[in-house]
Design a protein around this ligand. Structure first.
Ligand code: CAA
Length: 407
């Protein structure tokens, strides 16, 4: 049987972070509200010489290089984002130029809140399987800047980053059978950003309820597609990754999953199963959300990168359940089957290394970065070159004739 899925994956995060402890001190909030209540430690902060495009290109370049893929062999380039830079020109076209991807390539952008990345993945995999004879390679990138504004309840869940994947037939990293995917969608107003608004409008508590109901719906659909009886899911899956605006959301989601799976068992048994399965199947994937925050479309896939770097060879030949949620709302539960001999792919992830090399900034520096609109940004390309490094290869220098400029 021909399989389809991921042959490689890479992540890019901006080089600055603000500790939640400092954010809490400024707002006079107990730091435990953020570090325990939300479960996040640090928040990625993107400087104004980087943006959705440059992060996407930085992640995309990494995945091409680490997998030894020639940009000319990419026949489909999809960038998924809810923080796009233009109402018309797709982020993917900027990335095509920066990565020198050829013209015989289908290039487009997908917007569908945080679900956008999974929409891109399912669509790419299904397109490949409809034309199984071709050896099409797809580059799928999720890139986002999650911002809620100063002093808002969403502010401690902000973040920024991009995840890039190489998708193809007979994948080297993991395969996915999309015919089993569990789906749930509903028209809701839990988190949205009307055109012209800089920040989203959020009904925070309601968004959590929408997320959990969507999980319940998607799981029930998945169970019936895959023929898995209630109570058997934890035996079937080796790991579970949830969409994570903050790490505590994964805890809430897993608790709901256990309640559904073990409905009828007493609370003590449920609690025991929750604790045991959370620490072995969910916790190994939490590092990204804890250190970076929400990266919207890429969040759940940052969980996959975190899990791989944490578990290393233990991840080989396993089943990973992944729950993708996008406000509005659309959710999907899918299962990845990992391959063997993943050492090289995992060794070249360098996620922890990127996090270790970041610089801690102050609240004042954070407000300086985030107070300037992109239209006000003008950087001299010659000065900017010194900001490039092993991971940051592309930077945004401002507008010229209404056109975004990158070096
Ligand atoms: N010590 C320890 N814990 C504390 C604490 C303290 N001193 N003070 C408060 N807490 C706990 C609270 O008990 C609460 O925990 P539980 O949720 O387990 O009860 C937690 O800290 C958060 O505190 P609040 O309930 O007071 O929450 P808040 O009013 O500050 O808002 C939020 C939290 C709704 C998540 C808000 O940050 C928000 O609106 N975020 C953006 C929307 C979002 O991320 N929604 C998630 C689902 S939607 C989605 O997933 C799509 C997406 O990516 C946006």
């Amino acid at each position: 049987m021909i399989e389809f899925g991921l042959s490689d994956i890479a992540i890019y995060v901006p080089p600055y972070y603000l500790p939640h402890e400092e954010l809490a001190a400024v707002y006079g909030v107990p730091k435990e509200k953020y570090t325990i209540g939300l479960g996040n430690q640090n928040m990625a902060v993107i400087p104004n010489w980087e943006d959705t495009v440059s992060m996407a290109a930085n992640a995309g370049l990494q995945v091409l290089e680490k997998s030894g893929t020639d940009p000319g062999d990419i026949q489909q380039l999809v960038v998924c984002t809810e923080s796009g830079v233009d109402h018309s020109k797709p982020v993917a076209s900027f990335v095509q130029g920066l990565l020198k991807i050829g013209t015989r390539c289908r290039v487009y952008e997908i917007k569908n809140a945080c679900y956008g990345g999974t929409a891109g993945l399912v669509e790419s995999v299904e397109l490949m399987s409809h034309n199984a004879k071709s050896s099409r390679k797809s580059l799928l990138i999720m890139s986002d800047i999650a911002r809620y504004g100063f002093g808002t309840l969403g502010e401690p869940t902000q973040g920024a980053g991009a995840v890039a994947m190489l998708l193809e037939k007979n994948p080297r990293l993991c395969s996915v059978d999309t015919s089993l995917n569990g789906i749930f969608s509903k028209d809701t107003f839990d988190f949205w950003r009307p055109t012209g608004y800089d920040f989203p409008v959020v009904d925070g508590k309601f968004s959590i309820e929408c997320y959990l109901s969507a999980l319940e719906g998607a799981l029930s659909d998945f169970r019936s597609n895959a023929g898995i009886e209630q109570g058997r899911l934890m035996d079937y899956l080796d790991y579970v990754i949830y969409h994570m605006p903050y790490t505590k959301m994964a805890g809430k989601a897993h608790r709901r999953l256990i309640e559904i799976e073990y409905r009828g068992s007493n609370l003590e048994t449920q609690e025991e199963i929750y604790n045991k399965t959370f620490s072995s199947k969910v916790a190994p994937g939490l590092m990204g959300a804890r250190e970076v925050g929400n990266i919207y479309t890429g969040s759940v896939y940052m969980g996959l990168v975190s899990l791989m770097e944490h578990e290393r060879e233990k991840i080989e030949g396993k089943r990973i359940g992944l729950f993708s949620y996008g406000s509005g709302c659309m959710a999907e539960f899918l299962v990845y089957h990992t391959k063997t001999k993943l050492g090289k792919i995992i060794d070249s992830l360098h996620f922890k290394d990127q996090l270790d090399k970041r610089r801690k900034i102050t609240f004042k520096e954070y407000t300086q970065f985030y107070s300037k609109s992109q239209e006000e940004v003008v950087h001299s390309p010659s000065e900017m070159n010194s900001l490039k490094n092993q991971y940051t290869k592309f930077l945004f220098t401002g507008f010229m004739d209404h056109k975004r400029q990158y070096i």
